[in-house]
Design a protein around this ligand. Sequence first.
Ligand code: FAD
Ligand code: UDP
Length: 374
Amino acid sequence: MKYCIVGAGFSGAIVARHLAGAGHTVVVLDERQHLGGNCHTERDAETGVMVHRYGPHIFHTADERAWKYVGQFGTFRPFVNRVKAVSQGKVYTLPVNLLTINQFFNTTMGPREARAFIAEKADRSITEPRNFEEQALSMIGPELYRAFFLGYTRKQWGLEPTELPASILKRLPLRFNYDDNYFNHPWQGMPENGYTSIIKNILDAPGIEVRLGTRFEAVEEQFSHIFYTGPIDRYFDFRLGRLGYRTLDFERFEDDGDHQGTAVMNYCDEAVPFTRISEHKHFAPWEQDQFLRTVCFREYSRLAGANDTPYYPIRLAQEKHMLDNYIQLARAEPGVSFLGRLGTYRYLDMDVTVTEALAACDRIDDALRAGAAI
Ligand code: FAD
Ligand code: UDP
C-alpha cells in the first residue's frame, strides 16, 4: 500500500513512521522547505543560537507514552519553564504564585493567609464562569486580573475577555507556594538538538520518502489513503468559509551577551504593543554560555489573513459552527483522515499532538487487522 501524509510536523511524522514500520510505502509532503511543522528549530545564522522559528516550544506532559515515544528519537534535557511578566513597571513571576501575590500586594503572607486573602478578593457570586473574565474574577479577583490578564489577553486575542471561553485561562495554574513552574506536568524538557532533529529521526525509516517544498494541491498521484494534517478548511477550498486564526509577527533583534536574563518575558500592559519577548539561548541553558551574542523576538499577535501562518484557532461560536459543517464534509470524504492541530482546528500542545497521533496509529492497526479501509 502507498500512503500520503500531508504535513511533516509531529502528527504527520508519527503516522508516517508507524505505517512504514508495518511495511508500507509512505510519501510525506510539506509545502515548507523544512521538517518539524510549527515546532521547527534551526541554528540562527548570525548568532548560532538554536531558534524556535514559530515561537517558543517547551515539551511538557502527563502522558508517559508520549514522553517515552519522543525520548526514543533524541535526548531531552531537563528544562523548567519559568515565565516572568512586566506589569505597570514591575517584574513578577508567572503563573500567579505566592511570590507574585506578595510582591503585587506588598505583603509577606504565608500560603494559608494568601489563600484566604485571594478568596476574599475572588468574586464568589460567579459559581459557573461563562467566559475568560468571569473565570479570572472568580479565581484571583479584579486586581491581579487587571494587572496580568486583561491587557495581555486583549492583545493576544484581539477580543474582550468576556467574549473568550473560560477554558483558555483554566490551563494556567494558581499556586499558594513559591513554585513558579509554568506547567503542572510531571515530565518537561527541551530536546538537546532541537525539535527538527527529533522529527527528522522519526522520519528516518525505510519506506518513507519526504518531499519538502511540495503542496498537496499540486500532487496528482493516487494513494491508498491520505492523512491530512493541514488546515481542514483549506482541504475543501474554503467552500464553507475560512476558519479564523490569530497569527504572530516576530520582530527579531540581537544584543550582546544576555538581553533579559530569562527565556520568556511577558508584557501584560495594553500600552505595550507586543505580548512577550523570547530570548532563545535561555531555552538551551546547557550551551548558552558559548554564544557571545543573543537573539530575541518580540511577538505581536493579529488576525490571520489569507496568506498568513495560522497559529491560534479562534474557536468562537461562529467558527465552531463552521467547523461542525467542515467535519460533516470530512466524514463524507472517502480515503482521507484529518488530524493534528490544523486538521482538527484545535489548539493542541505537542504532547497532546503526540498522544492523538499514537491513538490514530492504534486505530490504523485495528482497521488493517480487521481488513477494513482506514
Ligand atoms: P504543524 O506543526 O502545524 O504541522 C502541519 C504541517 O503541514 C506544516 O508544516 C504545514 O506546512 C504543512 N501543510 C499544511 N497544509 C499543507 C498542504 N496543503 N500541503 C503541504 N503541506 C501542508 N506546544 C507545546 O507543547 N509547548 C509549547 O510551548 C508550545 N508553544 C507553542 C507556541 C505557539 C506560538 C504555537 C502556535 C503553538 C505552540 N505549541 C506548543 C503547539 C505546537 O506548535 C503544536 O502542538 C504542533 O505544532 C502540532 O503539530 P502538527 O503536526 O499537528 O501541526
Ligand atoms: N495570559 C495572560 N497574561 C499572561 C499569560 C497568559 O493574559 O501573562 C492569558 C492569555 O489570554 C493566554 C492565556 O492566558 O492566551 C493562556 O496562556 P498560555 O501561556 O497558555 O498562552 P499560549 O501558550 O497559548 O500563548
